[in-house]
Design a protein around this ligand. Structure first.
Ligand SMILES: Cc1cc2nc3c(=O)[nH]c(=O)nc-3n(C[C@H](O)[C@H](O)[C@H](O)COP(=O)(O)OP(=O)(O)OC[C@H]3O[C@@H](n4cnc5c(N)ncnc54)[C@H](O)[C@@H]3O)c2cc1C
Length: 471
């Protein structure tokens, strides 16, 4: 072990090779404190060359590597196992914006750039970097790419994969692949970039990326709308898609139960819509033209929805602070659930045409099998992405409930996801959390192809082993 630490200190200054228990501790537990592990050392490289040299040492010694960004991922992908034999490469020192290309509308970033900093730097140059999610003050672009993160702007701009044009990657042998081209068209054989995106550090280590930028919208209007059913919520989405087309930048759904939980733990987050309706929809329109244009459009579509009986109430944010308050209400559901105690989370996607049937049938089966459970259902409805979470009946200890019912409840939800041809992981990935579920629901042909790719790119299995695939 001492030899390995010495080898790393030949690459990095000693202060960036953390091997004392005290120094390693902040890197061993994830943001939600759900996963913990041990590590031989935590390494903090500054350059791609240093990452490549570290990987070469690891490859020669068959030492497993856990790449780590902000450690905010929900599936334990960036947490080492308990052997104490893995090393963590944390990217916080690789945080340079290498270039902003105004004509090409691209930004070249190192893997450790914090998402919020990227948004701010882009805005300072008059651009929008549209990736946006609750952890943006801590998560890093390398982690966003490795999990193909989604967030609140997918409806208009796509997920992280859709925003990426090129990557620089250190391979499992310690070679550097320079794919940092800012091209919107490049049909030169297999798409290596897409292979690494979403692979959660199991196929290669992302050190830099070229990402798309967009013109900054000059006006944004946000509204909260009351719907009484899933069907009317989807009808409303379809109406906005038809009338507002690309101006529709946000469409989030929050159920009565999820907002009641919010109000219980954060009274300042009470729903401004009267009597907290069955479904509250948060809608955002953004435009590059005048404020007036988008405001008029919003009012016209809302009027049409009222007349068609799709909605029963609406509040339009009168200023930026009120609009931010609406978004905070949405973001606080996750925090309210954490304050309530552990719950069983399902980050799923369902085709919109099957969503009503999924919710009706899964709710019914859940309530029949587990009387009194609380279904906290909210999500990015515009993407068909639900966070379908289950909290124990009131008064029942969450730990006891989860240890007894975790498996059958996951299976109930995922079998309904399969019936509706959905996905068991919409945007959070697989990590170490959903290994069995992936095996059960991906299909054997797809699962075997994934294994074959892993063995081809990382035959020694040193890149984040036992994540995504249980090998
Ligand atoms: C409050 C909150 C809200 C969230 N909201 C959303 C949301 O709306 N949508 C969404 O999609 N996600 C959401 N997330 C989870 C989301 O996946 C992460 O926040 C983010 O994308 C992960 O970035 P990170 O830098 O923290 O990565 P980490 O957690 O550090 O790592 C995640 C995975 O990527 C790998 N990895 C990290 N860096 C690299 C690299 N440079 N090269 C190769 N592999 C790497 C790790 O090994 C691990 O497998 C939320 C999380 C929180 C805490």
């Amino acid at each position: 072990m001492q030899n390995l630490i010495e080898a790393f200190t030949n690459i990095l200054d000693k202060q960036y090779v953390l091997d004392s228990e005290e120094d390693k501790a902040p890197f061993l537990t994830d943001w939600r404190k759900r996963f913990s592990g041990k590590a031989l050392a935590v390494l903090l490289p500054k350059t791609t060359q240093e990452v490549a040299q570290i990987v070469q040492v690891c490859a020669s010694n068959q030492l497993a590597i856990v790449p780590q960004g902000g450690h905010t991922g929900f599936c334990g992908g960036a947490t080492p196992d308990n052997s104490g034999k893995q090393i963590i490469i944390n990217f916080k020192r690789m945080n340079q914006i290498r270039a902003i290309d105004v004509e090409n509308q691209t930004i070249t970033l190192e893997a450790g750039c914090i998402l919020q900093t990227i948004q701010e730097q882009a805005a300072a140059q008059g651009f929008l970097f549209p990736l946006s999610l609750g952890a943006e003050g801590s998560c890093m672009i390398g982690g966003n790419l490795a999990t193909n993160a989604g967030g609140t702007n997918v409806l208009r701009y796509g997920n992280t994969r859709d925003l990426c044009l090129g990557l620089e990657v250190v391979t499992a042998t310690g070679e550097i692949w320079n794919g940092l081209k800012g091209l919107r068209k490049d049909n030169t054989g297999y798409d290596l970039r897409d292979l690494f995106i979403g692979s959660e550090g199991t196929l290669g280590i992302i050190t830099s990326a070229v990402m798309k930028l967009y013109p900054l919208p000059i006006s944004q209007w946000t509204t909260l709308v009351a719907c009484d059913s899933v069907a009317s919520s989807i009808a409303l989405l379809n109406l906005f898609q038809k009338r507002a087309t690309s101006l529709l930048t946000g469409f989030e759904m929050m159920t009565q139960e999820s907002l009641s939980l919010n109000e219980k733990h954060f009274p300042q987050m009470a729903n401004p819509l009267q009597s907290n309706p069955p479904y509250t929809i948060l809608i955002e329109l953004s435009d590059h033209e005048s404020e007036e244009h988008v405001r008029q459009l919003l009012e016209t579509v809302l009027e049409e929805a009222f007349e068609a009986g799709i909605i029963s109430d609406a509040v339009i944010a009168s200023n930026l602070s009120q609009a931010n308050g609406f978004w905070q209400m949405r973001e606080h559901i996750t925090l309210a659930q954490a304050a309530e105690g552990a719950n069983l989370k399902h980050d799923i996607t369902i085709p919109l045409s099957s969503l009503e049937s999924f919710i009706a049938q899964t709710d019914r089966l859940m309530r029949e099998s587990y009387p009194g459970v609380r279904i906290i259902n909210f999500g990015h409805l515009g993407d068909g992405n639900l966070h379908y979470n289950i909290a124990p009946p009131l008064g029942v200890d969450p730990q006891t409930f989860n240890s007894s019912y975790e498996k059958p409840i996951h299976e109930l939800v995922y079998s309904q996801v399969e019936r509706c041809q959905g996905s068991i992981s919409a945007e959070h990935g697989i990590g170490q959390l959903k290994l069995q579920e992936l095996r059960a629901h991906k299909g054997s042909v797809a699962h075997n192809l994934m294994k074959a790719l892993k063995m081809a790119l990382d035959p020694q299995n040193i890149l984040n082993p036992h994540k995504v695939l249980s090998i």
